[in-house]
Design a protein around this ligand. Structure first.
Ligand code: AHG
Length: 342
């Protein structure tokens, strides 16, 4: 006789992301109505973007626009859609004083806004992966802007990652997931397209102290410094707990999400082509660093804490090393010319 003791869990028993934020479960001192409203507008944007991403191949949304962005990168059609979606939603309620996007030359200020938060974002991270159906994402961070110091300007965005009041990312993968932190705990919410809502699915995410995979574009090997090469040889070499497995998607959000869940280390170092690294401090590195530190991990340039780096320009780049605390510490040891202590 077939016995079935398995009872399917009811996803809808979990709170939606809006409920979770509203109930103040983040216990963020900054969680005023304004702050909550901006987070909700980002959530709405990610629902709109996920709808476009899921139908991209059917709606003539694959491919590039023919233009390049301020970074000199080819602009994809979905880059434009994601960028405009976020800007429109953030402007709508007057709670966001301005935003800066990886896709725009300059910050956009909303002079009629009454709120005092600034939002930085990479609207569609990994956009070279769009056309080949590989996971892409959105990365975002919220800063306060000091209105007492006068109306915000582009310089108001030049804040350290340690000044972020919230950060997170959305991964458009096998499912769409938002990972969010206000500094105390990291929580993941999975999108249920039948309900049109994100439900809490990963409460209080913690990254393992050490993992067994590393993530780096090995094709850049010839451009690395001797220190990066030495670390790379070590992590691939035989030893206790080694060699590590290699995983690289080429979308930061996807590589970071796997690393957050499973442990290990993601590295995009400085090299001879990108002497200051490739990834952007404000739109990519700092928000990811906030998430990883809040989950018990570590985020570094290899030589200093990402969250301590003060940007001098909006589109500043930085080497990025994020992951399990001990794996990032091992990398930092190599950058000092030392061997890890194990
Ligand atoms: P973009 O937002 O312009 O698509 O940037 C993609 C980034 C990041 O997502 C990824 O980790 C990295 O570029 C991959 O770069 P390589 O192709 O040089 O490895």
């Amino acid at each position: 006789m077939l016995t079935n003791s398995w009872v399917p869990p009811s996803v809808s028993d979990s709170p939606t992301i809006e409920t979770f934020i509203l109930e103040g479960m983040f216990q963020a001192p900054a969680a005023t109505g304004t702050f909550t409203s901006i987070l909700n507008q980002i959530v709405l944007s990610s629902k709109l973007i996920t709808g476009r991403v899921r139908r991209a191949g059917l709606a003539d949304l694959l491919g590039h626009t023919g233009g390049t962005n301020v970074q000199g990168e080819v602009v994809q059609k979905l880059d434009v859609i994601a960028n405009e979606t976020l800007i429109r939603q953030l402007k709508r309620r007057g709670h966001c004083a301005g935003c800066a996007s990886e896709e725009l030359d300059h910050a956009i200020l909303f002079p009629d806004a009454t709120g005092s938060y600034l939002v930085v974002f990479d609207p569609l991270d990994g956009s070279s992966n769009i056309d080949v159906n590989i996971s892409i994402g959105t990365i975002f961070g919220l800063f306060r802007c000091d209105r007492q110091a006068g109306p915000p300007t582009e310089a108001s965005f030049l804040q350290r990652g340690s000044d972020l009041v919230a950060a997170g990312y959305v991964i458009y993968g096998s499912s769409t997931v938002i990972v969010l932190t206000t500094g105390r705990g990291v929580h993941g919410f999975t999108y249920d397209p039948t309900a049109g809502e994100f439900f809490l699915s990963h409460e209080d995410m913690r990254i393992p102290e050490r993992g067994n995979t590393y993530s780096i574009n090995e094709g850049n090997h010839a451009r690395w410094s001797p220190e990066v090469m030495a670390w790379n040889q070590y992590i691939k070499g035989e030893g206790p707990g080694r060699p590590y497995g290699h995983r690289y998607v080429g979308t930061l959000v996807a590589d970071a999400h796997r690393t957050l869940l499973r442990g290990g280390v993601f590295v995009y170092p400085e090299d001879t082509k990108n002497p200051r690294g490739k990834l952007r401090l404000l739109y990519e590195a700092a928000p990811m660093a906030m998430v990883f530190e809040a989950a018990g991990g570590r985020a570094s340039t290899g030589r200093e804490r990402i969250l301590d780096v003060l940007p001098t320009t909006l589109h500043e780049r930085v080497p990025l090393v994020i992951g399990s605390r001990r794996d990032v510490e091992d990398y930092e040891a190599f950058m000092r010319g030392e061997q890890p202590t194990g």
